[in-house]
Design a protein around this ligand. Structure first.
Ligand code: GDP
Ligand code: MN
Length: 376
């Protein structure tokens, strides 16, 4: 789950990261009165779940309260990479002398949380990594040792940060890592960490992505969840407690178990087609969940056929067959559905499907080929 800049800064601030004291505004009038109360230049920043807001015109400095009003009205309602801006963050404008990059993310290759520092901040860090990788310093965190102050100083120094800034930067980095760990995040970054003209560091931007699988124990962060920024179908699936990811093909895919569903997506590609989604009904699914899942998959108008791939363990083939038949009747479906059932109660399931318009397949490969052909 992505959270907004103002939310990330709230969390970072609690862990000792220096953050500007700002205000979230939903109207130009509010931005104006914030600027008037502050009595100096403010920066007005679009709050949307994408990077590159600056380049898209979503970050602007206002010198007067009237200008804050004008800028906020231009940014509110703006479309940034397909997301519409409904809130802006207003903060005291920072007089930026230098821009650094501080980040921490889960590196799946080394299986470590890895700290990343660069003096080439402000811009796209991916671009820096590609064009001038020597400007980026990394430090994988040892899970037993943790991230100590000497680690922070070492990586900040290797990242090319100015020596007089090192103690402040190291402290900020430790705060960032603490916020990341406490929030079950898989990415947290400050880009840029601004160095002001009087030599102070402050997080001018903040970003954090929370591991969805840990949200159940992150009650304080759950309130940051915003459906409207999600895909409509994904949001509906989420409400129904269904693991669904929208893709851009035409073959709807439903299976039990994430591994099997991933394999099913591969089989669809191998058969020359493209999957329209990932949907995992999990273990032990009942007819009702099967029906619900089919309904979710068919909300996507691009779906031209559906491929059910069920390997019964705790999931019973007859339960799944009943769910599909129930959905077929109730939802008056016309989309062809190909089913591969195997494992527990698969034969009973196949018997239930006999004489129905549903298309059986003996193997995953055969099912994939049929589903792809029917979608074409
Ligand atoms: P992003 O483009 O989505 O990453 O948004 P940022 O918050 O990083 O803002 C983009 C750029 O705007 C930063 O790299 C800064 O150069 C600039 N910026 C952000 N906040 C301020 C500020 O308070 N004052 C000034 N002068 N520039 C700012
Ligand atoms: Mn940024």
């Amino acid at each position: 789950m992505k959270i907004h800049e103002y939310q990330a800064k709230e969390v970072f601030g609690r862990f000792g990261v220096p953050v500007p004291k700002g205000m979230v505004c939903q109207t130009p009038e509010k931005a104006q009165s914030y600027a008037r109360d502050l009595g100096r230049a403010v920066v007005v920043k679009a709050q949307v779940h994408v990077g590159g807001r600056g380049k898209a015109g979503g970050v602007k400095v206002a010198r007067t309260p009237e200008e804050a009003n004008e800028i906020a009205s231009a940014i509110l309602g703006m479309d940034i990479k397909g997301l519409s801006v409904r809130k802006v963050l207003c903060e005291p404008a920072i007089d930026i002398r230098e821009e650094y990059y501080l980040g921490v993310a889960l590196d799946r290759d080394s299986q470590r949380n890895t700290v990343i520092v660069s003096a080439a901040g402000g811009v796209d860090i991916e671009q820096v990594a590609e064009e001038t990788p020597e400007k980026i310093a990394r430090l994988p965190i040892d899970p037993l040792l943790g991230f100590q102050s000497w680690h922070a100083l070492d990586v900040a120094k290797r990242g090319g940060l100015r020596s007089d800034i090192l103690p402040q930067a190291a402290k900020t980095l430790r705060g960032l890592v603490a916020a990341y760990l406490a929030s079950d995040a898989n990415m947290a970054e400050i880009n840029p960490l601004a160095v002001t003209s009087d030599g102070q560091v402050v997080a001018a931007d903040g970003k954090m992505v929370i591991d969805d699988n840990a949200l159940y124990r992150q009650e304080a962060l759950q309130q940051y969840y915003e459906e409207s920024e999600e895909d409509e179908i994904e949001a509906e699936a989420h409400r129904r407690g269904i693991q669904y990811v929208r893709l851009d093909g035409t073959v709807g895919v439903i299976g039990n178990g994430a591994g099997l569903v991933m394999t099913t997506l591969d089989e669809v590609s191998r058969a020359g087609g493209k999957a329209a989604n990932f949907l995992d009904i999990g273990g032990g699914a009942k007819a009702e969940l099967v029906r619900n899942s089919l309904e979710i998959v068919l909300m996507n108008p691009q779906v031209k056929s559906v491929f059910f791939n069920i390997f019964g363990g705790i999931t019973r083939g007859d339960e799944v067959a009943r769910g599909i038949l129930q959905a077929y009747d109730e939802l008056q479906l016309s989309v062809p559905i190909v089913i591969r059932l195997s494992g527990t109660m698969a034969e009973e399931g196949r018997r239930l499907l006999e004489g129905s318009p549903l298309i059986p397949a003996a193997t995953m490969q055969e099912a994939a080929q049929k589903a792809v052909r029917l979608a074409a």
